[in-house]
Ligand binder design. Structure first.
Ligand code: ZN
Length: 404
């Protein structure tokens, strides 16, 4: 279960039937979406305030919030102190700037409350735990980088439009090939080695990134008959390619983090093989070694936390349990659906509807527990112009500390 191959697993088909235009409203805008078209929808939303009054007012509004009880705040402070090798004064200052806390480089009640306020207000698709701990789920949102930068996502999205205009004339393999080409342009900009692709029978429904061969593997039906054969729309496919490419970037950054932590190429490879996995292609490791992530930077910490989670025992155990629950809920859902078909009644159809909700919730819980899925999901969500994740980045201004 600790293997990178199994953790970067298949995505579920999203099942959206049509291919939306860039300007059409988001197909999956979550309920928390509150800023559209620059109109003020909810007062008190930091994005809205930021448009209206700038960072000073936001800082004041956020500073006034106290989402954590005092015992929770104490727990969060203790957590930072026990991770002080990673949360150095420099790192704390960077986080404090972005969450509009006093920039002291020290852990305080005001700091953990400001982190919690930011978590509560973050408008992303995957809700963050409001616990005051700027950990693996929150840091990639706080410090967008690479494919998670709006400009990069927009570049891919615009290029995928050209592909879409020719969609009807392209064969299934060409469609995927063109999208992978475009995502490789984005990967090249962010230093990540180019990914290739092929169909693989082990993939069902969507796609999966395979680090050992640096390939995006697709459900073979997508390459034979097109995305619809796997229950996906053209948009789903466009989004999936970006999602899997983000996994490539995550893995590459983990290798760069190990290089920045002082390992040579053989040492990096050993880290990726330590659970019996086949490791990474040598050219990927060489490139990572040539571009180390500087120790103590946000990108280094994000990669380190993700790496530790994948290879760490505790994170994996929790994840396995949640995934087992999800599989059980999925099986119960299918059984309930079958009963509703074979014995149609109000009771069986209500049971089926409930079972579907339970299965969805269990899947979300399992996905949320894996920081790399959380991150890839939010990253591909940037493709939707109207999405809260995109609005957040559009409105974010560099802080004084970052400009220094
Ligand atoms: Zn994924």
């Amino acid at each position: 279960m600790g293997s990178l191959m199994s953790t970067l697993r298949n995505r579920r088909p999203t099942g959206v039937a049509e291919y939306p235009s860039a300007r059409s409203p988001s197909v999956r805008t979550p309920l928390s979406a509150s800023t559209h078209g620059g109109l003020i929808v909810g007062l008190g939303d930091p994005l809205v305030l930021q448009r209206v009054a700038g960072n000073v007012a936001v800082g004041a509004a956020v500073a006034a919030e106290r989402p954590l009880e005092s015992t929770q705040a104490a727990l969060a402070q203790r957590w930072y102190r026990s991770h002080s090798d990673e949360y150095t004064p420099r790192m704390l200052r960077l986080i404090q700037e972005r969450v509009h806390a006093p920039v002291t480089g020290r852990v305080s009640p005001a700091f953990v409350q400001a982190v919690a306020a930011w978590q509560r207000r973050f408008p992303g698709e995957v809700e963050l735990d409001v616990d005051g701990i700027a950990g693996p789920a929150m840091l990639p949102r706080l410090f967008p980088d690479g494919l998670n930068e709006l400009a990069t996502a927009r570049g891919y999205w615009t290029a995928s439009h050209a592909v879409r205009e020719e969609w009807q004339e392209l064969g299934p393999v060409e469609r995927v090939g063109r999208l992978v080409n475009e995502v490789n342009v984005a990967l090249r900009e962010t230093l990540v080695p180019q990914a290739s692709f092929r169909g693989d029978d082990s993939v069902q429904g969507t796609a999966r990134f395979q680090p050992s061969t640096w390939e995006i593997l697709f459900d073979p039906r997508i390459l034979v008959s097109g995305p619809k054969a796997a229950g996906m729309s053209g948009f789903d496919l466009t989004e999936n390619v970006y999602h899997e490419a983000r996994h490539a970037e995550q893995v590459f950054n983990m290798a760069r983090m190990l290089a920045g932590s002082g390992l040579d190429e053989a040492g990096i490879q050993r880290q990726f093989r330590k659970d019996g996995s086949p490791g990474l292609p040598d050219h990927v490791v060489s490139r990572a070694w040539a571009y180390p992530l500087q120790r103590g930077t946000p990108l280094w910490l994000i990669a380190k936390q993700m790496f530790d989670f994948i290879y760490g025992h505790r994170g994996q155990k929790r994840l396995s349990a949640l995934r087992a629950q999800s599989r059980k809920a999925e099986a119960a859902k299918l059984a309930a659906l079958e009963r509703a078909v074979t014995h149609p009644s109000r009771e069986t159809s209500e049971e089926a509807a409930l079972a579907r909700i339970r299965a969805d919730l269990a899947l979300r819980r399992a996905e949320k527990a894996a920081p790399w899925e959380n991150d890839a999901e939010e990253t591909s969500y940037l493709l939707l112009e109207e999405s809260p994740a995109a609005a957040y980045q559009r409105d974010r201004r560099p802080s004084a500390y970052e400009q220094r």
